[in-house]
Design a protein around this ligand. Sequence first.
Ligand code: 5GP
Ligand code: ZN
Length: 136
Amino acid sequence: MKKDDCIFCKIANGEIPTNTIYEDEDFRAILDMGPAAKGHALLLPKEHADNLFELPDEIAQKALVTAKKIGKKLVDKLGADGLNIVQNNGEIAGQTVMHFHIHIIPRYKSDGQKINWVPGSPSAEELATICKEINA
Ligand code: 5GP
Ligand code: ZN
């Protein structure tokens, strides 16, 4: 289903023209308008889902394989030195557009970007407690 007020639904389905680097029956991949690095792309499903948890499993499976294919093309064509795949769910996790998307970000030795977090330093006991909490 498409959502009327969703910009990524409109872009994914060609209602708003944009720079398309890949398209098939389920997805469109476009260049991000605020790129972290040259060639930063977004993979958008054509059907609306707010986030990963709403995405049908079949589309979720296809999404990673498709992102891999696009990532390879970006690295080869643009001569990138590495690649980040980033996918945000929820405002606190950095999601600003509430239509599922995967960031495919070619990385260059000289790009000066950081896609990073500050590592914590939990004790072995703390990690074991968290593990128990998850597995309970
Ligand atoms: P998020 O923060 O939700 O994971 O990522 C949203 C991304 O979409 C941002 O990197 C932002 O630059 C990009 N973006 C938002 N609106 C548009 C748009 O209208 N066109 C394009 N090409 N990119 C967009
Ligand atoms: Zn949408």
